[in-house]
Design a protein around this ligand. Sequence first.
Ligand code: AVI
Length: 322
Amino acid sequence: MNEIKNASETFLQDVINGLTQNPKSLSSKYFYDAAGDKLFQKIMGLSEYYLTRKEFEIFENQHAAIFGKILRYSQDFNLVELGAGDGMKTKILLRYLRSKPEINFTYFPVDISGSVLQELKDNLESELPEIDVHPIQNTYRNAMKERVWENGKPSLILFLGSNIGNFSLNESKDVLLHVAQGTQTHDWLLLGVDLKKDPSIILQAYNDKQGVTRDFNLNLLKRINRELDANFDLEQFTHWPMYDPLTGECRSYLISQKEQLVTIGAANKLIRFEAFEPIFTEISRKFSESEISQLASECGFKVVDFFTDSENYFTDVLWQRI
Ligand code: AVI
């Protein structure tokens, strides 16, 4: 009960802080309620949203090459996944590892959502029952600080799906520094990163024709209405994604279509919007290979190999802790 109360108090606090700042902002971490999870599943199946498809392709075609590098060092390790979600892509890797009797590993999926972890555990128990699964409900940074898996064995950390792109550059460095601090020399990180490419391809991925990404963005206001007793009129806000090829930032906004007042009942607060005032809601950063190499060396890793799809849209880059 206390946990629920604290989570909703933090949500309220973050919403009020974000909407009383100039420019206004809301954190994309609040996209993922039950409706947001469903919309994100739908996004992953969209033709415009190439990221999931490309990472699948990399894992299907190159899992043996990826693990070849790692298994040469050790066949007994901890497999830790930050932001495991439904684990769909990871299952390709898990199936491969299970098919090799000489490999001994325990899977530690880390996610902030207890229900997502339970679903993943149930699913793996029925589909891959031989795998030893230890779910960890925590934030990435706290999980890397606590390292409940620590047992002297080497670790391979999976941080897939371009989740690193949803942080500002400073925050992403901070998360990767936590990974560095929570690993030993020679440990591994497999990082899924969306690459810089033709800007129109990137923009379409965040502005699909069916409007699923629009609904995903607007769902944040729906959630605030429901959980914080607010009265956002969803018809009066539009989804506005934009991509800057210089920084690699795809940023999403919600634009107020008119001057309006919105009540956040849970805080007894009125928020004033000017006509066409934006709320910044999400960053999805894209990187070049040289930026990824620079990030690796700034965070205490060396790049071992880039595994990319046939069109060079996406990479799973293998780093090793130095
Ligand atoms: C979860 N994350 C990597 C997605 C992305 O591409 O930034 C979230 C997303 N936002 C809009 N579409 C998908």
